[in-house]
Design a protein around this ligand. Sequence first.
Ligand SMILES: [Zn+2]
Length: 207
Amino acid sequence: MLNTESQYRLVFCTNSDIQLTTLLNGLNNLGFIGKTVFRTNAGQEYCVGDSFLQSVTFMGCSPYIELEPAVQLKPDAVADFCFIRVLAVNDNHVLYHATQLDKLKTVPRCKHCRKVIADWVEHAPAFNTTNHWQLDCPACGHKLTQDDLDWRKASGSGNLFIEVVNVYLQEAVPTDAFLQQLETISSSPWQYFYTDSNMNTKLLDSN
Ligand SMILES: [Zn+2]
């Protein structure tokens, strides 16, 4: 797997019953992913496909995006080009930052009343140790599960993740058409967010 520690990325996530291969075939048919860069136990890494630049809109004036790897890439190379990693985990609703909430500076909002969760620092540790995390919203009293938290585009949860590596914070925004195409492939709605952390979970599929 390419070394992407601390590199910025745009991440898509969803909860879906489809197989990883179905998602990969769909992304391939769309031209979102291209040829394989590396295949490892933890995930599969692809060059961007022919229609990648129609799927996400890059902001700013003429950003320079490196879309091709260096000629000779070693498996542990630090990747400085834009590529895509697709990950599946065995459980639904896995928070991307579940084991590294300390790195996540964003305080989530309650999806019902839109207020940030007061004293989040006190509630966060239970995330790592509780299977069915719950919290009564300090503002509106709603019984919150993980899915009731709005991470304000700083994290998300699911069982399928698509990472676009080397995209800076809010540098690129997916088109509505692409989000709709993803939804069609998986029959489930997708969220997206921006981060510079790697997913760090033992639940990764090994196929
Ligand atoms: Zn609330």
